[in-house]
Each structure stands twice: as structure tokens, then as C-alpha cells.
Design a protein around this ligand. Structure first.
Ligand code: SF4
Length: 360
């Protein structure tokens, strides 16, 4: 008889791998075309009273454009927080869909546009709201803690939303209150938090297609070649990779660690889109991408295929023709999803780890 507990995740993984292969990438542009698009985007941003809110993992050219136009480059929660505090009527979120949804939850009165609504996330795809609700029902004695990388509907089912910047502190807080936790969706991050806090955590078995590919064996070999280097790792990576790190942290925390490190060479295990901001924060340091799988064999090769769907052309399309680019979230979902996010923001502020830090 088929074991559904293993069969469903296996089928889900197969679908995700197919979607990874199908993610359409922007067409190459000449320098003249890029410059013309950049100018038109700048003009449209002004005309529409819009601001760019961009994730660390998208193309460096888009990050630079956000910097030049008074927008923000950051992690997912800080993006939403910045958007909610900014006066612009329209937020143009350049990242993946759950980021646009989170922005809409925190700013329901604003128009939220994205270059493409087809930019998925394997953590979001791997945690369908109906299956997740059933899992929560089976373990109704547990406090439901979900990572920001989930759909609005999954957030609406949660007691707490967390990010990789504040998950340790929030889980520690819940553990101190004697609460048992149901964690979703990233199994690697969940395991890391569980090991650090010793909390009672039941883990959903999702993963990020980018971080799951980092290889401990390849990393050990690279460390032998660069014995002077420090290793910075995002906790969505497998246990063997995390164990080799001198520093483990969220995207924002890794950038800060790079700027503060005494080492001149850093090996970095997270999406290579981060190198733009990390190099700014740590000028003169050599940044080396951590190896994926057996060095050279990889599916996404340290760059999220859905983040890579964002480009100058579809960004301009979103501004010029918003239909088909606007994020919509049902009002009842917004109302329920807002509660665990507000809870997280309030506790983070109390603990001094507020997502909404001053503009860099
Ligand atoms: S890098 Fe991983 S966690 Fe981030 S959007 Fe892509 S698949 Fe999701």
C-alpha cells in the first residue's frame, strides 16, 4: 500500500523541480536598451507616486535602481515594513509573490505591483494552505509558528509569523512560556532553531531549492583551499553546511557579519544575489560562493530561479500596464494574517530586533 506521508511530499518535490526548470528568465538586453528602460522606469515611478521595494536576491541592476530612486533593498519582512511606512501610494515589490502578499497585508490601502506574479518560492509551494490547515488540526495543542516565506492563507492559519532574523528570539520566548510548537515550512531552519533553543518543535518538511543544494563536502574542500576564509551560512542550508560556519544568520545578519569580520576572504552560503549588497558593506573583501552539491553539479546553482524572473522590462511593464501585475489578497485573509505578523513585530520591537530599521 502507498505511504501517503512520503508520497505526497515526493510528488510535491517533483512539481517544484518542474516549476524550477520552467521559470522564464528575462531576455538579455544591450547596454543601450538597459539605459532606456532605467530612464522610463524612473519617470514612471515619479508619475505613479510609486517606490521600489527590492529583495537582496534579485539582479544587482534592480537593487541599484531601488537605491537610486529612494527605494529599499532588504529582506522580506523589512521590505513589507518599509512599504507600510513609506508615503508612496504604490509599492513595486521586486522579489517573489509571498513578498508582494506580505506587503499587501501590511498596506491594504496601497496598490502593490510586481514585475511578475509568476515568481514562486519552493517553501511557499511546498506548504499548500489546505494541507497545512489539516496538519494544524491534527496537532491542535501546538502553537503554530510559520516562516515569512509562506502564502497569505498559511499566515492566516498561524499564531506567529517569524523571519530568519527573529525566529530564535520568538521561539525562545514561546518555549519560556511552556508552549509546544508546530513549525513550517523550512525543515532546515526549523531544525537549526530547535537545536539552538531546545524547544519542542514539530517540523513541516519543506525546503528552499537554493539553500538545500549547498554541499558540506564541497564546502570542506573549498575551506581547505582557503584556510584563511571565514564561512557565513544562512540557516536554510543543510545541517552539515551550518556546522562548518563561523557565522549563521539571516540575509541582513550575514551582510552585517561580512562588514564586521576580520577575515579578508569570506565564503558565503546563500543566494549569490546578496553579493551586491555584501560587497558594498564589506569593500575590499573577497567573497566566494559556497559550492552546491558536488561542486558544479546543481539545479539552481545558488541563485533562485524565481527571483531571477524579475528584470527591467517586466518592471516597466508593471508600471505602464498594472493589470496582470497587481497583488490582491482577500480582505478576510488580510485581517487574519495581520494578527500573527503584528504579534511578531510587537515582540521584535520589545526585544530590540525590529525589522523596520532606519534606511541604509
Ligand atoms: S531563495 Fe529559496 S526561500 Fe527565497 S524565494 Fe527562492 S526558493 Fe524561496
Amino acid at each position: 500500500m502507498t505511504d501517503l506521508s512520503t508520497e505526497i511530499p515526493r510528488l510535491r518535490d517533483a512539481v517544484i523541480q518542474r516549476l524550477v526548470a520552467q521559470a522564464p528568465q528575462p531576455a538579455p538586453l544591450t547596454p543601450e536598451q538597459r539605459e532606456a528602460l532605467r530612464e522610463r522606469i524612473k519617470a514612471e515611478l515619479k508619475a505613479r507616486d510609486a517606490v521600489l521595494v527590492v529583495h537582496f536576491y534579485v539582479d544587482a541592476e534592480l537593487q541599484k535602481l531601488a537605491e537610486e530612486t529612494g527605494g529599499r533593498v532588504s529582506d522580506s519582512l523589512d521590505m513589507a515594513d518599509f512599504g507600510s511606512r513609506h508615503a508612496a501610494k504604490t509599492l513595486v515589490v521586486v522579489g517573489v509573490r509571498f513578498m508582494g502578499e506580505t506587503a499587501k497585508i501590511l498596506s491594504p490601502e496601497k496598490t502593490v505591483l510586481m514585475p511578475t506574479l509568476g515568481a514562486e518560492c519552493s517553501l511557499d509551494l511546498g506548504c499548500p494552505a489546505d494541507e497545512f490547515a489539516a496538519f494544524c488540526e491534527q496537532h491542535s495543542e501546538r502553537t503554530v509558528v510559520v516562516y515569512a516565506n509562506t502564502s497569505a492563507a498559511v499566515k492566516a492559519r498561524a499564531d506567529w509569523v517569524v523571519t530568519s532574523s527573529n525566529a530564535l528570539a520568538i521561539v525562545n520566548h514561546l518555549k519560556a512560556k511552556g508552549e509546544k510548537i508546530l513549525w513550517a515550512p523550512d525543515r532546515h531552519l526549523g531544525r537549526y532553531i530547535q537545536e539552538q533553543t531546545d524547544a519542542d518543535m514539530l517540523l513541516w518538511q519543506g525546503e528552499c531549492v537554493v539553500h538545500d543544494e549547498f554541499s558540506a563536502e564541497g564546502l570542506r574542500e573549498l575551506m581547505r583551499e582557503h584556510p584563511e576564509a571565514e564561512v557565513l551560512v544562512h540557516p536554510e542550508s543543510p545541517k552539515g553546511v551550518v556546522e562548518l560556519a563561523q557565522y549563521v544568520g539571516s540575509t541582513s545578519q550575514l551582510i552585517k557579519a561580512a562588514s564586521q569580520s576580520q577575515a579578508a576572504t569570506l565564503i558565503v552560503a546563500t543566494d549569490r544575489g546578496i553579493f551586491y549588497k555584501m560587497q558594498q558593506a564589506a569593500p575590499g573583501k573577497t567573497l566566494i560562493a559556497a559550492p552546491t552539491l558536488n561542486r558544479g553539479t546543481c539545479s539552481v546553482c545558488a541563485h533562485c530561479p524565481w527571483m531571477a524572473m524579475n528584470g527591467l522590462q517586466n518592471l516597466l511593464d508593471a508600471l505602464e500596464h498594472p493589470a496582470g501585475h497587481e497583488i490582491g489578497v482577500d480582505a478576510s485573509i488580510i485581517e487574519r494574517a495581520r494578527l500573527p505578523i503584528d504579534r511578531m513585530l510587537a515582540l521584535s520591537r520589545e526585544l530590540g530586533i525590529v525589522a523596520g530599521k532606519p534606511k541604509d
